[in-house]
Design a protein around this ligand. Structure first.
Ligand code: DCP
Length: 218
């Protein structure tokens, strides 16, 4: 595939912890004519020439976290650079949450070595400084880890069934630090939506915030 660059006028990344409802938001807005939505390529991560890297990462993070995150980073570059024919490009997650939430968490909890973390971060720096991975708006689906824990059990994605509550709680803290704090690592302004709500109420919120989400304007 030829990566020709991002031609969309407005690029929005949807962020939030595991199970916060990012895919639901993307599915909702993908029905709009001027929006092209790019779902996170989880299936690619589950089958890298027959290797389920997502499962390996959860089973043995000390061995596989770096390999998995390096691959996620590569697929995220593809998403960021993928040509877009519509004015609005909607991305599920980004290079940035990989770096500032997941990898930071794996490093802080001792599941990535200092050497692995450094190599990953060097790649991140080269990519963000040299490629067109610009973002205009981040939509943050802010959700309590208790709610996520229940949702993850209900949706029963097999790789995720052993995720401990602490993992979700740590990831929540890092999303909050990155998106709600005085962060110098934010690539764009953040629109926060409380995503603890029921599905019908979330659809109402999407409707209320449509113009903000698709143009950054109230
Ligand atoms: N994941 C990870 N590291 C990343 C990105 C994702 O370990 N840099 C893992 C966490 C999940 C799976 O990949 O097990 C998918 O995570 P997401 O939170 O990105 O996607 P969901 O499918 O959970 O999104 P939602 O339920 O909000 O639609």
């Amino acid at each position: 595939m030829l990566l020709k660059g991002n031609k969309a006028r407005f690029t929005v990344c949807v962020e939030g912890n595991i199970g916060s409802g990012k895919s639901t938001l993307l599915n909702h807005f993908s029905k709009f004519n001027d929006v092209e939505a790019f779902q996170e390529p989880v299936q690619k991560w589950q089958d890298v020439r027959g290797n389920n890297l997502l499962a390996l990462m959860y089973e043995d993070p000390m061995r596989w976290a770096h390999t998995f995150q390096a691959y996620v980073q590569m697929t995220m570059v593809e998403q960021h650079l993928h040509p877009c024919s519509t004015p609005v490009k909607l991305l599920e997650r980004s290079l940035y949450s990989g770096r500032y939430c997941f990898v930071e968490n794996l490093y802080r909890s001792g599941k990535m070595t200092n050497a692995e973390y450094t190599v990953y971060c060097e790649w991140f720096k080269i990519i963000t400084q040299n490629l067109d991975v610009g973002v205009d708006l981040i939509v943050y689906l802010q959700t309590d880890p208790e709610v996520l824990h229940t949702r993850i059990k209900e949706r029963a994605r097999s790789e995720e069934q052993a995720i401990p509550f602490q993992y979700l709680s740590d990831l929540h803290t890092l999303h909050e630090e990155w998106l709600m704090g005085p962060s110098s690592s934010l690539p764009a302004p953040v629109l926060v939506l409380d995503a603890n709500d029921t599905l019908p109420n979330m659809y109402k919120k999407f409707e209320e915030h449509t113009s903000e989400i698709l143009s950054g304007k109230l």
